[in-house]
Write a protein of this length. Structure first.
Length: 59
């Protein structure tokens, strides 16, 4: 369980860092839609992986 907690904490931290970077780009007027779309896909992948792992642990 400890390993999973550390792993999930790292994934969540990565997600927040991606979101902060997107916000920073928007504030600087450097909004690049393709770049943001790729980052949002990465967030979706991270969350999907976490959900799959949580469901596997619950079985």
């Amino acid at each position: 369980m400890e390993l999973s907690t550390k792993k999930f904490t790292k994934k969540i931290t990565n997600i927040f860092n991606i979101l902060k970077d997107i916000k920073k780009q928007e504030e600087e007027g450097k909004r690049i839609p393709d770049s943001i779309d790729e980052r949002l896909k990465k967030i979706d992948e991270e969350l999907t992986d976490m959900l799959i792992e949580l469901e596997a642990e619950g079985s």
